[in-house]
Design a protein around this ligand. Structure first.
Ligand code: SAH
Ligand code: SF4
Ligand code: F3S
Length: 441
């Protein structure tokens, strides 16, 4: 009898990367992936707790699994990831359908934990944080995407931005060695992955823990040299730590993409201080200038939080005007969410939800205008995309991304494309988030 697994994944790229390790370990134990979690013998819910909205959604799903398991009592339910790390045993008390709780330090021990469980069927909780976890070890992966590979270069975060739960659930910063990373990059490229994304909560502090200066720029140069690699992305950058040597490394490289995701979170220096971000509005704008000096066509994106405790209309306008001034290609805007255990949760003057929503809407309207105007510049141009496959809504239309991560759609007509193939597209129309055109073949 075949056994099946299903992974329900939430949260950031780090979680997507971890999920690939869970998949590989399940396959080593003889499980096969299936599409319907109701029929799976093992369900892994890989959780996120960065905002309350994420938690609510996941808790709803865990609730649903109770009914699913009632139909299939032998089913094994594992809760992994950041929420498992944060809430630990509390989750099992509330949701007795859970069999295994796996914190963020146990990604590569999952196979043994599951084997132990299969042996005696006793509930297991592994949420002790092992900050000294061996960062050199990255187990096998089963990748979801056929041409793009995640490669973590560091784990954890030391920044403790006052709103953020991540440092509490991912532990202290630990960098992998350059050799170790390059070895994994080479293996991925040899396996056909042309696009590599280097992952870390603050990639600009890569190598600080082994006392190396300019370590991230040096790493980028090494990755750029790997034979066969086509596109290199990295995330996330921190404006306080992003330095000239990194920008230069991007400018001088052959394969590092010219998109800069540099979250500024707030345009108000006063709020930035309350957030413990370590830079001012002016410093951030200088950084943007520096990026544009070396990389004139840089595509800029950012994360922004609205409604941080104490944010006045004037503070918000600082954010609004910064967005206007820089002209980002895209922004990811979030309503501040109170995370218990973080310093900001205890701050007075929490902002009412209606005010936060109104600010978010104003910011999104502004950005829609900016994105559309920037996209319209592409009309009539030819861009190279890497084909990702048929679009979700229409299999007669394919989608792919440009070097700077713009989403492009084109009709396939009589042509055939392969996933991962480079295709030249002549852009005919621009929308806020997508470009549409025809393939030149
Ligand atoms: N390490 C990365 C990503 C952190 S989480 C970074 O520093 O940018 C991704 C984004 O979630 C953050 O950039 C921030 O904008 C947002 N975020 C984090 N905590 C939040 C909270 N409590 N409420 C709302 N948004 C939050
Ligand atoms: Fe959170 Fe700040 Fe660390 Fe990013 S840098 S993960 S926002 S604490
Ligand atoms: Fe969420 Fe954890 Fe990532 S809290 S954003 S999955 S590091």
């Amino acid at each position: 009898m075949q056994k099946f697994y299903h992974i329900l994944n939430y949260g950031c790229q780090m979680n997507e990367s971890d999920a690939e390790h869970y998949a590989a370990q399940l396959e080593e134990l003889g499980y096969h992936k299936n599409e319907d979690f109701r029929q799976a013998d093992v369900i892994v819910v890989n959780t996120c707790c960065v905002r309350e909205s994420a938690e609510k959604k996941i808790l709803g799903k865990i609730g649903e699994l109770k009914n699913v398991k009632a139909q299939k009592p032998e089913q094994i339910i594992c809760i992994a990831g950041c929420m498992a790390q944060k809430d630990g045993e509390k989750l099992i008390k509330k949701h007795p359908q859970i069999d295994l709780l796996i914190g963020t330090s146990y990604v590569n021990s999952f196979k043994e934990i599951l084997e132990d469980y299969l042996h005696d069927k006793h509930v297991r909780v592994h949420t002790e944080m092992l900050n000294n976890q061996d960062s050199e070890f990255e187990g096998e992966r089963v990748r979801e995407n056929g041409f793009s590979a995640w490669i973590p270069i560091m784990y954890g975060c030391n920044n403790f931005c006052t709103y953020c739960i991540v440092p509490y659930v991912r532990g202290r910063e630990r960098s992998r060695s350059v050799e170790n990373i390059i070895e994994e990059v080479k293996r991925a490229v040899a396996g056909g992955y042309k696009e590599i994304t280097l992952l870390g909560q603050n990639v600009n502090s890569y190598g600080k823990d082994f006392g190396e200066k300019e370590a991230f720029a040096k790493l980028l140069k090494e990755v750029d040299k790997v034979e066969g690699i086509e596109r290199i992305h990295y995330m996330t950058s921190h404006p306080r730590d992003m330095s000239e040597d990194v920008i230069k490394a991007v400018a001088e490289s052959k394969h590092i993409c010219e998109n800069f995701h540099v979250p500024f979170q707030s345009g108000s220096t006063r709020i930035l201080k309350e957030m413990n971000r370590g830079y001012t509005r002016e410093k951030y704008l200088e950084l943007i200038k520096l990026i544009r000096k070396y990389v004139p066509n840089a595509v800029l994106t950012s994360d922004i939080i609205v409604g941080f405790p104490g944010e006045t209309e004037e503070d918000f306008l600082d954010t609004y005007n910064l967005v206007k001034e820089v002209g980002f290609d895209m922004i990811f805007t979030f309503i501040y969410s109170k995370r218990s255990g973080t310093p900001a949760a205890k701050m007075e003057e929490q902002i009412p939800l209606a005010v936060k929503k109104e600010r978010l809407n104003r910011l999104m309207e502004l950005q829609n205008d900016i994105s559309l105007k920037l996209n319209q510049k592409f009309v009539g141009e030819v861009v190279e995309v890497i084909a990702e496959g048929p679009s979700r809504k229409n299999d007669k239309v394919w989608n792919g991304r440009t070097e700077t991560n713009k989403l492009v759609l084109w009709p396939i007509e009589d042509n055939k494309f392969e996933v991962g193939q480079a295709v030249n597209i002549k852009i005919e129309t621009a929308q806020t988030w997508i470009l549409k055109g025809k393939a030149l073949v």
